[in-house]
Design a protein around this ligand. Sequence first.
Ligand SMILES: Cc1cc2nc3c(=O)[nH]c(=O)nc-3n(C[C@H](O)[C@H](O)[C@H](O)COP(=O)(O)O)c2cc1C
Length: 396
Amino acid sequence: MTASFRYQLRGTGAREARSVEDYRRFARRAVPRMVWAYIEGGAEDMRTVAANRAAFDRWQLRQRVLTGHPARDDLSVTVAGETLDVPIVLAPTGLTGMTNWRGEAAVARAAERSGTRMVLSSAATYSVEEVAAATTAHHWFQLYPWRDRELMGSLMARAARVGAPTLVVTVDVPIHGGRELELRHGMGTPPVLTPARVLDAAVRPRWWYGFFRYRRVTVRHLEDEGGVAAAVRSVRRQAGLIRVDLGWDDVAWMRDQWPGRLFVKGILDPEDAVRALDVGADGVVVSNHGGRQLDGTVPSLDALPAIAAAVAGRGEVLIDGGVRRGSDIVKALCLGADAVCVGRPFLYGLAARGEDGVVDVLRILRTELARTMTLMGVHKLNDLGPAWLVETGGGR
Ligand SMILES: Cc1cc2nc3c(=O)[nH]c(=O)nc-3n(C[C@H](O)[C@H](O)[C@H](O)COP(=O)(O)O)c2cc1C
């Protein structure tokens, strides 16, 4: 009997997880290798995936003692006009139902239980309407500037109708990155199934059952739109909608259509950040797509200070890529972020323990953030700034 099979029968054991890294290990056992390659993989040599993490190690935390500050429970921030209990937003991730069939509906509920919001991907396996029906809070919506404006208009209208307050426009996918790990494991449209890969999935009966029973593996929004019936075709169609010749006029057009707040995600250059604000964005997400697009580009954290300086309070600055600890959140806030987004960490929680796993990952990050601040001698989030960091170089 394989370790995965035993795990699946007894439960993944993930209740023992104490950190995001623990969840990562449990998640790896919970899903087939092909799905793991999709979650964990990045572009080409995955240097940017590693660099996103290493960037956090170049900064050390200052520690002040005997400050007399009382224990601090309030970690709330206001982002996009909403007060969140934690400075952590759940990043958009496509095809989340492959991780666990409960998918984006479970992630949104977990975000809500944790006092924050999820950004629903346009490539989600649950539609905006399904997520709205499964939750009480209004979650954000992410959209790529696709080639079909009618389709984009329709999706924005649907998101606005269910009350999504904020649109996140992802601009770093003019073409797909070279996801070699995914290809190596047969992840594609359609997936390349070999007897070994089928067996690898079959020894995970929980995952297998959810996969076949609920089939949450398609881009639900595209299936709804235009009646694209075939599941595989929805994913293929999404790939066909991506445009290489994207321009700022596409974002400006989306700004005109969208009634709520708008963030531009995938910004790594200060001039682009300013440009985003010039076309009417309320903020930017400093991001390299978790290292899944351009391999060898700058780590998000390294790009953050110059972008925060260029934005200079004209808009809000979020960041994602490699946030795995509360201390990482402290560093990002010190360097100018208003809040962070996490992607893979909540997918680990979802894979290992479903909705409760996502809640637990957020609880862990929150606890670590509070503990780090107390140990540093920082009283409140607003007090964080560059003066609390020491740059020592190094890295993993
Ligand atoms: C499995 C997966 C799917 C993703 N799908 C999308 C997507 O549909 N739209 C998008 O804007 N970003 C997508 N991203 C990127 C995330 O929004 C985010 O930028 C990235 O995961 C942050 O890095 P982290 O995973 O290290 O936290 C995806 C990331 C992962 C891991």
